[in-house]
Structure formats: C-alpha cells, structure tokens
Design a protein around this ligand. Structure first.
Ligand code: SAM
Length: 338
C-alpha cells in the first residue's frame, strides 16, 4: 500500500490534473506554482550553499528522486482511473511540486494507522487557510488540533496590530533549516547561526599536538563534534567547550572532563581558545565575503537565476552579520585577559 505521504501527493497531483472538475480547485489555485526549496534549485546555485547545507540539499534531492522512482509502480496501478497515460500525469515535476506543497505547508496531526496505508507515520495534514500563515521567529504560538471543538486552533501569545500581517512560528529554526525545509531565509533570525565543521575546528591548532587524535575522539564520544556554531551572541557554549578541550596543554590534559562540565582550567586555556575562536571567525568572514563576491558576479552573468541567487545572497549576508557580531564579542572577551 502507498505511504500516507504518497497518498497525499497523489491526491494533490490528481486533483490538479482534474482542473475545473476538482472540488479542490479554489485551494489548488492559491498554492504556489513553483517552490524555492533546494530540491527545486539549479545545481549551480546549490553549489554556492554553505557546506553543511549543500550536503543536506543533495540528500533532499536524492530523497525526492528515490521517492519518485519507488512510487512508479503505484502510479501505474492507477492507470484504470485515467484516460491519459499516468506517466504524463504523475511526472517527476508533478510529484516534486506535490512533495514541496506537503513539505512546506502540512501541519502535524497524529492520525491512527489505516489499513489502506503502509506503516510509515501518518502525521501530515493539509489545512487550507491555516497554511496561508507566514513564519516569524519573533512570535509565540500554540498550535494543535482540538479534539473537543474538532478545529485546528492557533493561539498567539504575541500581540498583533490592526491591519498588520499575522505570523505564526514554524519552530526555532536557523536559516539553513528554513531554507532547506521551506525555501526562504529570515532576516535577523535570532536562531540563525554559522556551523563550524571538524576540519575547520582543527585548522588553526598546532599540527605538533600529539594528543590531537585523542582529543578529537573524546569530542566525538561526548557528542561535541557537531552543532558547533557562531551566533549573534558569539561562539556557542558547545564551540567554546570544544575549543578549550582542543587547546589543553599536555600537562593539563587529565582535566578534560572538567572542561566538558564547564569548568575553567586556567587563564592560558581560556585565552588560547578565544584566540583560536577569533581566527576561525576571521577565516569564515573572509570565506563569506568571497562567496558574496562570487554570488554577485553570478547575478550579473546568469540573469535567469537571479531570484535563486538572491536567496543564497541573503543567506550569506545574514551569516556575515552573525560572524561580524561574533568577532566583536570575541574581541571584548579577549581584552578581559589582556
Ligand atoms: C505555510 S506557507 C505560508 C503561506 C505562503 N506565503 C503561501 O501562501 O504560499 C509556507 C511558505 O511561505 C513562505 N514563507 C513563510 N514565511 C515566510 C517569511 N517569513 N519570509 C518569506 N517567505 C515565507 C515560504 O515560501 C514557505 O515555504
């Protein structure tokens, strides 16, 4: 049997195909004709993404392609319902549109398992009208299906002035996640951050450190090698902790547990880790400026891609602002040690 997601996508494609005959025509007409999720962007634009996002965007593309290939037999089984060939109705572009519609608009509703579906979680529902609400990271809402009223209810804890747009919050997502899942970037997003990968983490540490491999495996064992970030308020606690551990002198090495518990080992360790954080931050600022120059150049050359490139440009511009804020914070933290 089809998965609940495949059933929903099939419903969208076949109702869209029905055109004027569809009961859902008014809803289908207000849906976007195209999407800006990474799976819909040109590969040369995805190539300009920050590395972690690029990897996730490629995973997303492979996932949707796999979803299409594995659904073909099911689409063929629907042939008796259509006069035209199902291959032309349930094409890759039609399924991609439906997948993006569900991914960017569906709400979470727990349904019971249905015999007619496979055992994948049945938690997506499309809610016309509700799905017109845009995201703001600055509002607080409570949203859920109320079993008593049989209504999906959204209650806001933030005020909204008369005639102003009402926003909801899709979650405390950073900009890379918003772009991956919803195809947009939020300006001055308090949850936005710049990710530091393992190779950059060790880039400015001495190659001569004999304990480096051991330190890296400690970080890995204690789940401190991922989600290391710079944010609006400087390097995250996780990033600072990982750097303090990597900066331990040979004679301090036995103190690594204390570092993971948030203790200060020595002024030298604090100072060294801040210097490395500043170097990493400067490296990112240079890389980000280089990417912004590249995107700007491509905007002149590839006029047809201007909207896609503008999206990437906004992402890098926000990352640059975060890094500049982090660099200032690191400067003031370092002066405390001078
Ligand atoms: C649930 S729909 C919201 C309604 C949407 N504007 C529409 O009717 O197409 C989610 C989509 O709206 C857009 N969106 C939501 N919040 C946004 C924001 N703050 N800035 C830009 N686009 C936003 C994104 O394209 C996202 O995938």
């Amino acid at each position: 049997p089809p998965s609940p997601l495949l059933a929903l996508c099939t419903f969208l494609v076949s109702e869209k195909h029905a055109g004027d005959q569809s009961l859902w025509k008014p809803y289908l007409e207000i849906l976007p004709k195209a999407y800006t999720c990474p799976v819909c962007l040109e590969p040369e634009v995805v190539n300009l993404f920050p590395k972690p996002l690029k990897a996730k965007a490629e995973e997303q593309r492979a996932h949707v392609q796999g979803f299409f290939s594995s659904s073909r037999d099911f689409f063929s089984s629907l042939q008796p319902l259509f006069s035209e060939a199902v291959e032309s109705i349930f094409s890759y572009s039609a399924l991609l549109w439906a997948w993006c519609t569900v991914n960017t608009r569906a709400v979470y509703v727990k349904h019971r398992q249905e015999q007619c579906f496979s055992r994948e979680p049945n938690t997506c529902a499309l809610a016309p009208y509700l799905d017109l609400l845009n995201h703001s990271p600055h509002v607080q809402v409570k949203a859920a299906f109320n079993e008593e009223t049989r209504c999906y209810e959204i209650r806001t804890a933030s005020g909204c002035r008369k005639h102003e747009e009402v926003f909801i919050c899709y979650g405390p997502h950073d900009n890379q996640r918003l772009l991956l899942e919803y195809g947009f970037v939020s300006i001055q997003n308090p949850h936005a951050c710049v990710y530091v990968s393992e190779d950059i983490l060790v880039k400015y540490l001495p190659l001569t450190d004999k304990q480096m491999n051991k330190k890296i495996s400690i970080l890995k064992d204690h789940d401190f090698i991922e989600n290391l970030t710079f944010g609006w308020d400087g390097p995250s606690w996780r990033l600072r902790t990982a750097l303090k551990l990597l900066c331990l002198e040979a004679e301090e090495f036995t103190c690594w547990k204390k570092i993971l518990l948030g203790e200060i080992i020595s002024d030298t360790n604090e100072k060294r880790s801040l210097v490395i954080a500043q170097k990493i931050c400067q490296y990112f600022i240079e890389e980000t400026n280089a990417m912004l120059r590249k995107v700007s150049h491509m905007k002149d050359e590839e006029v047809a891609l201007i909207n896609q490139l503008a999206l990437v440009e906004t992402l890098w511009t926000e990352e640059l602002r975060i890094l500049q804020a982090s660099a200032e914070i690191l400067n003031s933290l370092q002066t405390a040690f001078r």
